[in-house]
Design a protein around this ligand. Structure first.
Ligand SMILES: Nc1ncnc2c1ncn2[C@@H]1O[C@H](COP(=O)(O)OP(=O)(O)OP(=O)(O)O)[C@@H](O)[C@H]1O
Ligand SMILES: [Mg+2]
Length: 483
């Protein structure tokens, strides 16, 4: 049969190396993993196992603790000397806390005692692989960016975000004024700091001003300083932000909130590079780079005469527009993982011995996060993850821990067309797939779209159901978010 007629076979879900001296166990694991779509290699003793480990690339190793030639802990030690990253699960004939502790200390990622629950093992393999993948992606991303510029706390691999970072690295070295635009929570302040940190001014001050949060008269003396006696309460000379930021960067957040009067004063500084403190008759010269941010429609404000056009052009020499999170959803898993790391550390919860977060959202919850449209963007996601870290009582965060409004607004997703009739010349593969899809949709509907319940009813592991749903293109809808 020519290639074009082959059905789309699912790609391998990962490569697993099984090292165990007992043939029954080896074969059992091989069958189980193979059925689940993993690629499996086996070795019947420690020496062969290490040889295979060195020769191949694996996503996970299942390692027996007791083998005639060497102990699993010794093998683990050898594996870790060669590779600190590939996850290893130890399996052993008897469960004892001491061995478990020893295994985890020696760098194993998990521990199973015979007889184990196959479903639990599969779930753990899957989540461990997902975690390793995300860690690797995050690390590679950071490494790639570091080579050019350093954005240590900016996470994102989407095309749109990479373009933003490219633009940032291009404009950072210059002295040009930059206007950063974007919805609330898209990272405008973060980007402003990154521009400063990657500029020749990085060692000089970065001063942030939120023009909206200060009354206009106070804003003027805050920015330009004042001399003693300039107004009631001015008991001494005081430096303003512009002077503090000299040779560095000043960042005007929410620039759209500047009053007409302050717009004139700021324009003057931009043109003359000098200003006068309140109550003073002497001008002060400064060398300051100006960044500004707005989530308001500044162009519209200019059209309506609420923002000076000349000031707008001065500020907007270069525009960096930040994408909304809903337009770069592929960054959601990375950002989630990043915030898990941050908040697990902060809360000292669910950390492995290396201090890395073990927390993850259960699949359903992750689907919801991907579905939601994030009006508050990254900040809203960050808050949802922080909340999940604080409220979770196990290392798998359930749907119920998501904020109410997130649950309610992720609406219904439709199942694939159920009235569709297969063409008469459909292949056996298509007929089987169609039958499977229909049955799965039927059961999902019967259990109100709980995938866990559906898996139980269909008598297949949850992970298999997830995989089938993806492969068959079934879209799972949720009637009520809290099912
Ligand atoms: N790409 C990103 N990677 C990691 N964290 C991010 C990213 N973008 C935003 N954040 C985080 O999200 C939060 C909000 O970002 P920031 O304050 O920069 O947004 P903003 O656009 O200035 O929002 P606002 O308009 O409401 O002031 C911060 O905690 C920030 O660290
Ligand atoms: Mg901000």
């Amino acid at each position: 049969m020519p290639d074009s007629e082959l059905p789309d076979l699912p790609v391998s879900r990962g490569r697993v190396l099984v090292i165990d001296d007992e043939a029954d166990i080896r074969e059992g694991l091989e069958t189980l993993l193979d059925l689940e779509g993993f690629t499996v290699q086996t070795a019947e003793n420690a020496t062969e196992g290490l040889k295979k480990f060195e020769a191949g690339i694996y996503d996970l190793v299942l390692l027996d603790l007791m083998m005639p030639d060497r102990s699993g802990l010794e093998v683990l030690d050898d594996i870790r000397k060669r590779d600190s990253e590939t996850p290893v699960f130890l399996i052993t004939a008897y469960g004892s806390i001491e061995v478990a502790v020893e295994a985890l200390k020696s760098g194993a990622n998990d521990y199973f005692s015979k007889p184990w629950d196959n479903e639990k093992l599969l779930i753990e393999i899957e989540r461990q692989m997902a975690r390793t993948r995300l860690e690797r992606e995050n690390r590679e991303l950071r490494r790639a960016l570091k080579q050019r510029y350093s954005f240590p706390n900016i996470v994102g691999k989407s095309e749109r975000m990479l373009r933003v970072l490219d633009l940032v690295s291009q404009v950072a070295p210059s002295k040009s004024n930059i206007l950063i635009t974007g919805e609330t929570g898209t990272g405008k302040e973060l980007i402003a700091k990154a521009i400063h940190a990657n500029s020749p001014r990085a060692d000089q001050p970065f001063v942030g001003v939120n023009s909206g949060s200060l009354p206009p008269d106070l804003l003027e003396s805050t920015l330009f300083g004042h001399v003693k006696g300039a107004f009631t309460g001015a008991v001494a000379n005081r430096k303003g932000y512009f002077e503090t930021a000299n040779r560095g960067t000043i960042f005007f957040d929410e620039i759209g909130t500047l009053t007409a009067d302050m717009q004139v004063k700021l324009l003057r500084v931009l043109q003359e590079r000098e200003f006068m403190p309140v109550g003073s008759t002497e001008t002060i010269k400064v060398d300051v780079r100006i960044l500004a941010a707005t989530n308001a429609e500044l162009v519209k404000m200019v059209e309506e005469g609420r923002f000076r056009q000349d000031l707008y052009y001065r500020l907007n020499v270069i525009n960096i527009p930040l994408p909304a999170l809903r337009d770069r959803k592929e960054d959601i898993p990375l950002l989630t993982e990043h915030f898990f790391q941050v908040y697990c550390r902060e809360n000292e919860k669910y950390l492995d011995p290396q201090g890395r977060s073990l927390l993850r959202f259960e699949n359903e919850a992750m689907h919801i996060l991907m579905d939601y449209n994030w009006p508050g963007n990254v900040r809203e996601l960050e808050n949802a993850v922080e909340r999940a870290v604080v409220l979770s009582t196990s290392d798998t965060v359930p749907v119920s821990v998501l904020p109410e409004h997130v649950l309610h607004s992720t609406g219904v997703r439709l199942p694939r067309e159920s009235g569709e009739v297969l063409p008469a010349d459909a292949s056996l593969f298509e007929v089987v797939a169609d039958f499977e899809a229909k049955r799965i949709v039927e059961v999902l509907e019967a259990v109100n779209y709980s995938q866990t319940d559906a898996a139980t009813r269909l008598k297949i592991p949850l992970s298999t159901l997830n995989q089938k749903i993806k492969r068959l293109g079934i879209v799972v809808k949720r009637k009520t978010a809290s099912n």
